[in-house]
Design a protein around this ligand. Structure first.
Ligand code: 3H9
Length: 700
């Protein structure tokens, strides 16, 4: 096998070239190649060394696929030390995204030149890790403690100019980077610039309160996450210990992080997110349709948010409403959202104006004659939706894609309202649509491959994370939410308070508790959805009795100032309400349910295993392509903690046998109607398989 690293002397400069597509990750072969080359350079006639990457980027980090396998010599920290120890000047030329271990290689070099379009950063924290090859020790020595804390704990890359201003890179190139790097090396040599080793610099001490402040701030911002705290520990020792001891400490903390289940969850998510974008059976070369303009039916909160998502990506939108007044109302929400972004400093006034100018309004479907894709985003009335699709079929050009943003309705039935069901699919955005990253792309029975491929690619273009779902009631996300909410509400009747349920789940890591989520979404939404269902499809009707009563009392949730909780009109701070508690207790009594003390473990297990069990059924039915897709849906759409890796990864990490045993216990206690273990779960436990192993064996 040819090495991904080559070494050549060009005009007196020893050039180490790394060519390991797609992102020049530091695989074992790359590390070995760099080490061999730097050793060779010490012995040959080169005057200085240039570390160069071919392809779209300088090294984007350690090779994440090698994590979890036994480490192989040379280790990255030693390689960085060896580059730094070179007796000959070593310069790294950076382009693209120089990240993680890649930036550590660069910091091991004596000087760095970067293309003006380049970025550098330490994304390790997003994988539950910290830089493990000197990043926490060299960065404070070059740029100070506070810069390091911000850069490494946020994981956010910074642009070239900022990196230069902070002293992390030395030179910016605007034209041809290779030429600029050679010129730069010649200048350094001509000026007799001494070799500068970051490890030999002193990191300036800061007030110890700085660390206390950061630990507190990160405990809030990155709630319950261990890696950010370890990052503070590692940076602190860069000041207090000699370099080699600091490296030792960094190594210990890095290895601790690697073994932490939080990192396993986050690494799983890294690959799951990328995999979710791929449709099994649809190759990279599946043709796509050109999408240069969008139509949206319905200018409510959802339609407006969807319009903004496209306008923000430079794609013009025509928003259709039924009357001038409704249109004006819809567009004014968009205006308000943009004004808010400008006020919060997220967007310049000019950029907001430019984006807003891409959204036009109309009240006649004739305005959609030439658009390439229409997304229907009206309220959940199946009859209305079918009428709209029949009208779209007449109004839109041949080849236009017709999408519905329905949250749970039958996409096949909607497609059947047209004469072109192959052009129809679901594009289920999450509210607020211009902010939430998840997009469920729903494949109907007749959806054409190019339509599906176009929707998946378009989602990425507008910055969304797409996941494909088959057709079923609620698709992946909302279908799983059914049993999750059911358990939350039954727990209230059995003796828990809304606050106990919410606190248990938030403490476990959910962004919000289920009762608060209901209040935020509006209790009337679920109420109407249930009313629309035949009685035998509403599930355990005891579960919704309190919520229905609250709706009938006018308590619709946050929007009416009260739902399960009361909300302060100014601060939106929630508080408990004795009337709600009395309603819960009287409903329990009516249903003959005996109230009891319920511990936190039971709350968490009932809710999370309800998700995992339904997820298993969804997989078995082929509604989701892979377990990782379900995890992506839950993390990007439902506030599931990424460091737990999503409900399916979590079930695997607990052990499917334990999950099944607990579900069987719930079946004993609460009955088979709500707690029938998924057939796939039983099968995997019988075979001693994990869900990941099952998916891998299927080639998914
Ligand atoms: C680290 O460095 C630890 C060290 O401090 C210490 C060690 C001791 N490894 O995202 P894309 C694959 S931790 C392996 O779609 P983009 C990716 O799976 C690491 N594979 O492209 C995908 O494969 P496929 C710190 C990787 O242009 C393909 O490359 N570094 C890695 O949208 C294209 O990726 C990071 O965390 C990797 N490190 O974005 C950087 N990176 O085509 C992680 C990517 O089969 N990477 N792949 O699906 C990224 O943030 C983005 O990939 C990047 C490009 C911005 C580079």
């Amino acid at each position: 096998m040819t090495s991904p690293v080559s070494y050549q002397i060009v005009d007196g400069i020893g050039v180490i070239t790394i060519d390991n597509p797609p992102v020049n990750a530091l695989s074992h072969a790359v590390r070995q190649g760099i080490r061999d080359a730097i050793r060779e350079a010490q012995e040959d006639c080169s005057e200085a060394v240039l570390v160069w990457c071919d392809g779209r980027t300088f090294i984007a980090g350690a090779d994440i696929t090698e994590f979890g396998k036994p480490p192989k010599d040379p280790w990255l920290p030693e390689l960085c030390n060896e580059l730094e120890a070179s007796e000959k000047l070593v310069v790294a030329a950076l382009h693209g995204t120089t990240l993680g271990g890649g930036f550590e290689v660069a910091l091991g070099c004596h000087y760095r030149i970067i293309h003006e379009s380049g970025k550098v950063g330490f994304p390790e924290v997003k994988l539950g890790l910290l830089p493990g090859a000197g990043g926490t020790q060299r960065t404070p020595r070059l740029a100070g403690v506070e810069v390091s804390l911000e850069l490494i704990s946020s994981g956010a890359p910074i642009p070239a100019a900022k990196a230069a201003a902070l002293g992390l890179v030395d030179e910016i190139a605007s034209g041809d980077l290779r030429e600029a790097a050679v010129d730069y090396i010649r200048r350094l040599l001509a000026d007799g610039t001494p070799i500068r080793r970051a490890s030999e610099l002193d990191a300036e001490a800061v007030d110890p309160d700085v660390y206390t402040h950061w630990r507190g701030a990160l405990a809030k911002k990155a709630r319950k996450q261990n890696a950010p705290q370890r990052i503070v520990d590692a940076i602190e020792v860069a000041v207090s210990l000699p370099f080699s001891d600091g490296m030792q400490k960094e190594r210990e903390l890095f290895l601790e992080s690697m073994q932490d289940s939080q990192s396993a969850g986050l690494r799983h998510m890294f690959f799951a997110e990328r995999e979710a974008a791929k449709i099994i059976g649809l190759g990279k070369n599946t043709p796509q349709r050109d999408i240069a303009s969008i139509g949206i039916i319905g200018g409510g909160t959802m339609g407006g948010g969807i319009a903004m998502s496209f306008a923000n990506a430079g794609i013009p939108v025509t928003l259709i409403e039924i009357s001038d007044e409704a249109l004006e109302r819809g567009l004014s929400i968009v205006d308000k959202n943009y004004a808010g972004s400008v006020k919060r400093g997220k967007l310049s006034e000019d950029a907001a104006k430019q984006r807003r100018s891409l959204i036009a309004g109309a009240t006649d479907y004739a305005a959609l004659a030439d658009v390439d894709l229409v997304i229907e985003a009206v309220f959940e009335d199946p009859v209305l939706k079918k009428e709209i699709f029949a009208k779209l079929d007449d109004a839109c050009k041949q080849g236009a894609i017709l999408a519905t943003n329905t949250s749970y309705q039958d996409v096949n039935a909607i497609a059947a309202a047209t004469k072109r069901p192959e052009d129809v699919l679901g594009m289920h955005f999450f509210s607020p649509a211009h902010i939430m990253k998840l997009l469920e792309v729903v494949r109907g029975d007749k959806t054409a491959d190019d339509v599906l491929a176009t929707a998946m690619a378009l989602a990425k273009k507008i910055g969304k994370v797409p996941v494909m779902s088959g057709v079923c009631y609620g698709f992946i996300g909302n279908r799983m939410l059914g049993p999750y909410f059911r358990e939350a509400h039954l727990l209230l009747l059995e003796g828990a308070t809304p606050e106990q349920v919410d606190t248990a789940m938030v403490d476990w890591g959910m962004a919000m508790g289920p009762i608060s989520v209901g209040d935020l979404a509006g209790l009337d939404v679920g109420y109407k959805a249930r009313q629309a269902l035949p009685a035998d499809q509403r599930g355990d009707q005891r579960a919704w009795r309190v919520a229905d009563r609250l709706v009938e009392m006018g308590r619709l949730g946050q929007k009416s100032g009260a739902g399960f909780y009361n909300y302060d009109p100014e601060t939106r701070q929630r508080s408990n309400d004795d009337d709600v508690q009395a309603t819960i207790e009287s409903t329990s009594a009516e249903l003959g349910m005996e109230r009891r003390q319920i511990d936190v473990d039971e709350i968490v297990d009932r809710l999370v295993y309800a998700l995992a069990n339904e997820g298993m059924k969804i997989l078995d039915e082929g509604i989701a392509q892979r377990p990782g897709d379900i995890d992506v849906v839950y993390i990007y759409g439902y506030g599931f903690p990424a460091w737990r890796g999503g409900p399916m990864h979590y079930a695997d990490s607990v052990g499917l046998d334990k999950v099944l045993a607990r579900i069987e216990e719930f079946r004993e206690r609460f009955g088979t109607e709500n707690w029938t273990p998924a057939a796939l779960l039983e099968k995997l436990v019988a075979e001693g398989q994990s869900i990941t192993g099952w998916a891998r064996a299927k080639g998914n």
